[in-house]
Design a protein around this ligand. Sequence first.
Ligand code: ZN
Length: 429
Amino acid sequence: MASYAKPRFWAGLAIVCAAALACSGLGRAEEQAPAVIGSFPVASAARLAGDTQLTRFVLDLDKPIQFRAFALPDPDRVVIDIPEVNFRLPTGTGANGRGLIKAFRYGLVMPGASRIVMDLAGPARIANSSMLQGANGQPPRLVLELEQVDRATFMQAVSPDAHPENHQAANAVADAGPTVAVPETVPATKPATSDSRPVVVIDPGHGGVDNGTQSGDEAEKSLVLAFALTLRNRLEQDGKYRVVMTRADDTFIPLNDRVKIARSQSAALFVSIHADALPKHEGDAQGATIYTVSDKATDAEAAQLAETENRADAIGGVDLSDEPTDVADILIDLAQRETRTFSNRFARLLMNEMKTVTRMHKHPLKSAGFRVLKAPDVPSVLVELGYVSNKGDLAHLVSESWRERTAAAMAEAIDAFLAKREANAAPAD
Ligand code: ZN
């Protein structure tokens, strides 16, 4: 791994990882390119039938779609990954369960990919799954049948080896019986695209039930979203990159899912946007700080901040035991070391650009154990734009012209970083 060109191994790894996607972050991300809005399949109704032995889920569509279904434990769920679908379901759909399904949620997980998540009332396996063509006045339907099983059987079915992404294992499962549907399709979490531009993932911190830090009426989640959208628009204007937002509205996204979005998109860069606050008794602090990941925090304040930011999942009710451990640690370690070098390089470029347009913290480059920066193969930084507890910083954060200026400086740094990366990337082996 002398060059930064990703070996095939890492591409495979990203796909395996996508199988373990935790799904509690589903929201109402309604961001769609207006030009293509009409071309997405439309889901018009969803219903449940059956009992605790056998429960059937039916989704009515206006055209057949490809899908991929699999189960996840702790909490027990069944997930259906589908291409981007325009959900026009009546309000309250999925709130009430039936049989083996306690409730279900649905939504866009990223451009090009939607997902349905069912919370299970008990261990179940996917006994049948099919896409029925429309006939006899019935619309095309996605049908999934869940069958009650004991916990041991359930756990066996959800072991990493049984994930449909692992082709051999998936075939083995298919041979043993109609357990898991393995449609011939690109995994939905990585939308098929002919767009070869580098992907920049912008990650506005917090969202939904998690406000982040707060000063008077100003919640961190809203301030950082406003900034992130400015940065997105800026980058899209230039057109050099494909920009993916981990959230583009007030939605809660678990930390792990943010990392997974970056990995599943094979992102060239991940930029998390936050704003800090200092408790009154700790005096005043001001200016922007750029963080990279490290097992050892640079100082006590950095360690404390990482701890606070990592608490987001607990606030959103995400079970931390859900962490996938699907990659050998030593391999993560190797890639991580290389990736950290790139992250540090970008952090320095970013500081040099940002300091020309805004004030920086007296120690502007720091590191600590931020969970959101832990993708082993995506250079990642977390920017604390300033302190909402500081009057001057807060005035910046709510100012549109400051946002424009600072986003432009960030775009410069992203250009410098990715221009060099592209130039250095050797052809794939
Ligand atoms: Zn934050």
